[in-house]
Design a protein around this ligand. Structure first.
Ligand SMILES: Cc1cc2nc3c(=O)[nH]c(=O)nc-3n(C[C@H](O)[C@H](O)[C@H](O)COP(=O)(O)O)c2cc1C
Length: 209
């Protein structure tokens, strides 16, 4: 029995392109893997702890192997709980619209909260940075109004996909599958065709994910 976490970054819900494709995937995945657990993290309704000054001090206490103050202990406890929930899953699905060439801010907040020294990465003078997660896989469902594919004039401005790939690799999630629904600014019939292809890809991926 595997556990899957679905992280939803679009606030548009019923009108969201990425959520529609993610739901298609999840429906088929659930059907094929009835014993697996699926948790949804809707980043627009989940209250996350602030990654504030005390939390940063706690992070450096961990890296320097210093004892926590009471305030640092409390701050670390709060972010560690969110990180451990993420780290405990076997599989991840992200639905991610492009926002200002990158990702929506609640997803960045979530990434900052869960990316913790000693939990999913570590650093030492001898080894440098080392990822602590392994054996996990992720499906990333992206969308953008424009097209940023390789060879397009705007490809250099895509800080959405390269960022997520790099972050996942930093913590040790290397087995990535991607669906990209773009450009959603195209004519409605073109978008409808793209959507239908993306949904059908999601169904195929769900068979072996
Ligand atoms: C605040 C905001 C910023 C956006 N920034 C970009 C952008 O930089 N580049 C782009 O191509 N599309 C941008 N878009 C458009 C969305 O990426 C696009 O509509 C996408 O299909 C939305 O996915 P969703 O329906 O799952 O939310 C932006 C949309 C919003 C709401």
């Amino acid at each position: 029995m595997a556990s899957l976490i679905y992280i939803e970054a679009s606030p548009l819900k019923e009108r969201s392109h990425t959520i529609e494709v993610a739901r298609e995937f999840l429906d088929h995945y659930r059907e094929r893997n009835p014993a697996d657990t699926i948790q949804t993290i809707d980043l627009w309704t989940t209250r996350l702890p602030a990654f504030d000054g005390v939390t940063i001090e706690a992070k450096f206490a961990v890296l320097r192997k210093n004892a926590f103050t009471a305030a640092q202990e409390e701050a670390w406890h709060a972010v560690r709980a969110v990180s451990r929930q993420f780290n405990a899953a076997d599989k991840y699905v992200f639905s991610v619209p492009m926002w200002n060439f990158s990702i929506p801010y609640p997803l960045k907040h979530y990434i900052d909260v869960i990316t913790l020294a000693g939990e999913n990465w570590t650093w030492s003078r001898s080894e440098g940075y080392r990822a602590l997660l392994s054996g996990k896989k992720a499906l990333l469902i992206y969308s953008s109004a424009g097209s940023y594919s390789l060879g397009e004039p705007a490809s250099h401005a895509d800080f959405q996909k390269p960022y997520l790939r790099h972050w996942l690799s930093f913590i040790g999630v290397d087995d990535l599958t991607e669906i990209n629904l773009a450009p959603t600014l195209a004519d409605p019939d073109v978008v409808a065709q793209m959507k239908s292809e993306a949904r059908s890809r999601a169904t195929t991926i769900a068979r072996s994910f």
